[in-house]
Design a protein around this ligand. Sequence first.
Ligand code: KIV
Ligand code: NA
Length: 269
Amino acid sequence: MPTTVREFRSGTETPLTMLTAYDAPTAAACEAAGVDAILVGDSMGNATLGYDSTLPVTVDEVASRTGAVARATDEPLVIADMPFLSFGVDEAESLKNAGRMLKEEGAHAVKIESGSHTVELTERLADVGIPVMAHLGLTPQKVNQLGYSRQGTSQEAANEIARLAREHEDAGAFALVLEHVPANLAAGITDDLSIPTIGIGAGSDCDGQVLVANDVLGLGDHQPPFAAAFGDVRGEMERAVSGYVEAVEDGEFPAEEHSHVESDLDDLY
Ligand code: KIV
Ligand code: NA
């Protein structure tokens, strides 16, 4: 499994797997299951912080959760997602915010929602040693301009995405997320680039796939049509909590063995 972007780049024999995680236990489960990369996505805004978009997510929030994911894992590449307005406004600020994810939190790379305004920044970050995963197609930080609609559906729009993909590769991006674009566009870009493409709602011809963990786990409220649940963690959580509530209410918990604990807890930590 990859621990450097170099290994990640060359690991395209079987499709690369990336999943989001925003906490230590989810990250540990990702590692145990063998995911190649963990994205500490700003999708945490919707998925765990109770917002209805990613726009309010702060650098502190992504940093804190990036640290948790990095501390919980050894093998997967840990990628911190740069939140809305944390990059692309002022270069020094962008470098500081992205650098913090590596220097203080243990990320290996950052992801940036890309556009014509991020080509130079991608080059600058790569130059100083901050690997950049680019992101084109539907970029949810532009929800106020794009909504959540599929991108690259006209020839002109498709050409623009393909052109930006090439520009970001040339600027030094090590990988590219393609979100909610036609499968044939993603396939064409994947052919054209030498860096791996990671698709979400972009068909099966990308070099890898990414989904939001809540969707995969069956923990999400609104799942996009291109996502899939591979479990029912929400149901499992409700069953566990109900079991606890009933056991306390029925006087079954704590039982004898929970009530007279004489050992120290040192071995647990
Ligand atoms: O924040 C996120 O989870 C993402 C992925 C969906 C690519 O940006
Ligand atoms: Na994101």
